[in-house]
Write a protein that binds this ligand. Structure first.
Ligand code: ZN
Ligand code: ZN
Length: 252
């Protein structure tokens, strides 16, 4: 009897020690590797004019002609999608450019994770929306706010630049009217998804988001949760001070 009584506490001490060790190991693993997400479930949502994609290794390669699948006063008048401006901005001021077919190739990681160094977004394309139109950031030029450019946005909040490259800086209202204002809208080139301005009935403001204009939460497509960006109605609209993950490449 005495012998059993003596061995019991030692047994428990060993148990406790080994549990403490394994907890420590788990915590170390959590700190050393940042979460990797899998965005392949989103790919079938991409559908647009002259838009295709293929998976190559750990990347998805999008090739897009960057042609909106909706009306715009920026189409050549001979195009069936040409229409006059029908938005509600009294200061609307059409720019001199016309939509032209592009050949943009975006190589985007399928398994994005947070970068240890957050790169700022460049001028020009920074991602692709689900209809193949590219996303631009919150600047009209180097450190120039969008202030004046906004007046040239068409009824679906896009416009073409000098070479006819059509793009969205702010909420692509054709997509939110089509799929819902809480819907998946596209990807930035770091592989993280972009969602509309509403989540669970709540209109997202900058206060809900981090410096990159995103946050981690559950979305319709990711019941386990994922880091994602939101397009909101206030500057910086889509991306804040850079990519959350490591961007892939965009070539023209
Ligand atoms: Zn622009
Ligand atoms: Zn969210």
């Amino acid at each position: 009897m005495k012998q059993i009584k003596n061995t019991m506490p030692i047994y428990f001490i060993i148990m406790a020690l080994s549990m403490a060790c394994s907890n420590e190991m788990e915590e170390m693993d959590m700190e050393e590797t940042s979460t990797e997400y899998d965005i392949s479930a989103l790919l079938t949502k991409f559908e647009g004019t002259g838009l295709s994609y293929e998976i190559r290794g750990d990347n998805v390669i999008f090739t897009t002609q960057d042609l909106p699948n909706h009306t715009s006063p920026y189409w050549p008048t001979s195009n069936p999608l040409y229409s006059e401006y029908s938005g509600n901005n009294p200061a609307y001021n059409k720019n001199p450019n016309t939509i032209a077919s592009q050949n943009i190739v975006l190589t985007i990681p399928l398994y994005p994770s947070e970068a240890s160094f957050h790169q700022s977004t460049p001028l020009g394309a920074i991602g692709v929306s689900r209809n193949g139109v590219v996303f631009y950031n919150q600047y009209a030029g180097p450190d120039q706010p969008l202030t004046n450019e906004i007046d040239s946005f068409d009824q679906w909040a896009g416009h073409p630049q000098m070479r006819g490259e059509y793009h969205y800086h702010i909420e692509p209202t054709y997509l939110t009217s089509e799929f819902g204002n809480d819907a998946f809208l596209g990807l930035l080139s770091d592989g993280f998804p972009v969602y509309g301005p509403v989540e669970n009935g709540h209109t997202i403001t900058n206060d809900d988001l981090d410096a990159y204009h995103g946050h981690f939460s559950i979305t319709e497509d990711f019941p386990e949760g994922i880091y994602h960006y939101h397009i909101s109605s206030e500057d910086p609209y889509l991306n804040g001070s850079g990519y959350f993950g490591t961007p892939g490449s965009i070539t023209k």
